[in-house]
Write a protein that binds this ligand. Structure first.
Ligand code: PRP
Ligand code: URA
Length: 210
């Protein structure tokens, strides 16, 4: 049994996604919105981080209070478009390490092609959150997570902004223990493997390459 995908429908996230979808939103605003949505999503995706009790002296008295304990995090953006989410998640978890996996989809076969992989040296001791704005066929996410698993990582989550039903199924089937977080579940893929209605090519819109 695979974990049920978590769809974040917070009004602020939904509002920002509407702006992302708008073809008239330029690269500067698009980049800012991707980072903001990533930060809001990260808040939810880290909800289960373990806490420990500590004593802190306030100006008034000693408080028994809580801080995050134990589990260390790494974020792994899938290049290129995942880079757009890094600043947002690091705003919330500045101590996290960042690894990178470079994959691009072959436009003919739609299969992912790996061209880069650099992960933190102690990645197997960390909880890894893979980040990528788009989950389309699911090929990139499935391969990226297989690569991370092959390095001995046990605890992996996956966070995307927009998912297609096809990608969600492929990812849940391939990695049933990976919790998926997405902010919108769209209708379908078109014949070119683009999410409909989606937001177009996330990498091109972030980096202004088209
Ligand atoms: C996009 C996106 C995902 C991938 C999703 O990257 O950022 O990584 O497509 O598609 P899939 O689920 O069908 O694998 P793309 O291959 O366009 O590369 P880019 O980020 O370098 O533009
Ligand atoms: N990659 C994108 O950037 N957009 C899509 O719609 C599908 C894959």
């Amino acid at each position: 049994m695979s974990l049920k995908p978590f769809i974040m429908d917070h009004p602020l996230i939904q509002h920002k996604i509407s702006l992302l979808r708008d073809k008239n939103t330029g690269s500067k605003e698009f980049r800012e919105l991707v980072a903001e949505v990533a930060m809001l999503m990260c808040y939810e995706a880290t909800r289960d981080l373990p806490l420990k009790e500590v004593e802190i002296e306030t100006p008034v008295a000693v408080a028994k209070t809580k801080v995050i304990s134990g589990r260390k995090l790494a974020f792994v953006p899938i290049l290129r478009a995942g880079i757009g989410m890094v600043d947002g998640v690091l705003n919330l978890v500045p101590a996290a390490k960042v690894g990178h996996i470079g994959l691009y989809r072959d436009p003919e076969t739609l299969k992912p092609v790996e061209y880069y992989c650099k992960l933190p040296v102690d990645v197997q001791e960390r909880e890894v959150i893979v980040i990528d704005p788009m989950l389309a066929t699911g090929g990139s996410a499935v391969d990226a997570i297989s690569l991370i698993r092959a390095k001995g990582v046990k605890n992996i989550k996956y966070m995307c902004i927009i998912a297609a039903p096809e990608g969600l199924k492929a990812l849940s089937d391939a990695h049933p223990d990976v919790q998926i977080y997405c902010a919108a579940l769209d209708e379908k893929l078109n014949e070119h493997g683009y999410i409909v209605p989606g937001l177009g090519d996330a990498g091109d819109r972030i980096f202004g390459t088209k």
